[in-house]
Ligand binder design. Structure first.
Ligand SMILES: Cc1cc2nc3c(=O)[nH]c(=O)nc-3n(C[C@H](O)[C@H](O)[C@H](O)COP(=O)(O)O)c2cc1C
Length: 333
């Protein structure tokens, strides 16, 4: 049995199961779908640009909109300069953030070019300024999400982790891949484990967890204080519930084979329609369906059908055609 909770600053996260920040995916619609099943310990926004965040209107912004029940919630900041920190942190405090996370793992060229994500992780001077500024501005728990670095150099990785710990962060999220590695590559949990050995703050491991078995192996290999799940949460929004019942409670009545996939997809569709402005819905439906369709043996046909649609209605009727023909076979982990 693994530890049931982890303390991140003053925030207790129980079970220690974290939703990973994902641009275009971890909005209110997916978060609510996940909450419908339960089992998640800490929710997250997608990355939010610290410079434009203060101008966003939270009642219509798909990045900021949040229902009352979505808690506890971490807000992830993409920061280029310490001068953007104060206003951004004030804004997320107003919005009821439970924790602040700093993105040091994004490798998208447009982010790296401006000095954010992995580029910030290599610029220790600016990194110190930014993390210190965040710590100084807020009493909320502060976390950082990193990758393993440019290449296999465990010592350099551990040194970077220690710098972050010395800056006073309350927990570290480690995405167990090198900076330029694609998500398709198997995670390197063994290397990520060295962060847990090197630090005394909580270390949460992320990358490649798609099933109860993956979660168990990751926790065993790394000795981590918790795990963070990204794509697996969009494929199976019930994954947190499964892991909680199996690995943390040791009992439960959730039966993944009874999940009605059509009902789940339609519920997500309704969340999008109810929560977001019309022009904000279809892109998010396509993004989610790209992952959710992996529950089907011929899911690529489902994803393509939605991908080709020009309106929400068209996407729904194409999806219904697919569901009518394919309620089985399905793939379930
Ligand atoms: C569509 C997508 C968007 C992502 N956006 C972010 C982001 O905004 N911030 C971040 O730190 N990581 C982002 N990531 C990386 C994830 O948080 C996570 O580290 C990665 O998907 C590996 O975890 P997984 O194997 O459980 O999916 C994104 C990943 C995906 C697939």
């Amino acid at each position: 049995m693994f530890s049931h909770r982890v303390k991140i600053g003053k925030l207790e996260v129980s079970p220690p199961l974290f939703l990973a920040p994902m641009a275009g995916l971890t909005h209110s619609g997916l978060r609510q779908l996940i909450l419908d099943f339960g089992g998640v310990g800490l929710l997250s926004t997608e990355m939010l640009s610290a410079s434009s965040l203060p101008q966003e209107n939270p009642s219509i912004s798909p990045y900021l909109f949040r229902a009352q029940r979505e808690r506890p919630m971490s807000y992830q900041l993409l920061v280029y300069s310490a001068r953007h920190v104060e206003k951004a942190v004030e804004k997320i405090e107003e919005l009821g953030a439970d924790a602040v996370d700093i993105n040091l793992g994004c490798g998208a060229p447009k982010v790296v070019k401006k000095g954010g994500g992995v580029a910030l992780s290599r610029d220790v001077k600016r990194l110190r300024e930014i993390v210190s500024k965040v710590k100084e501005t807020t009493a909320l728990p502060v976390t950082v999400k990193i990758r393993l670095g440019p290449r296999t150099d465990v010592k350099a990785f551990e040194d970077r982790c220690r710098i972050l710990e010395d800056l006073g962060i309350d927990a570290l999220y480690v995405h167990a891949r090198f900076d330029k590695e694609p998500f398709a590559r198997p995670p390197r949990w063994e290397i990520a484990a060295s962060a847990k050995r090197a630090l005394s703050i909580p270390v949460i491991i992320n990358g490649g967890i798609f099933s109860i078995e993956d979660a168990k192996r990751c926790l065993e290999i790394t000795g981590a204080d918790g795990i963070m799940i990204g794509r697996g949460a969009a494929i199976r929004p019930w994954i947190f519930r499964q892991i909680k019942e199996t690995l943390f409670d040791g009992k439960g009545d959730f039966d993944a084979s009874k999940v009605n996939l059509l009902e789940v997809w339609l519920r997500f569709f309704d969340y999008l329609e109810g929560l977001f402005l019309p022009e904000r819905r279809l892109g998010r439906l396509k993004e989610f369906t790209h992952y959710f369709s992996q529950n089907y043996a011929f899911g690529n046909r489902f994803a393509m059908a939605v991908q080709r649609s020009r309106t929400m209605e068209e996407a729904r009727s194409r999806a219904m055609e697919f569901f009518e023909k394919n309620e089985t076979p399905r793939v379930l982990a």
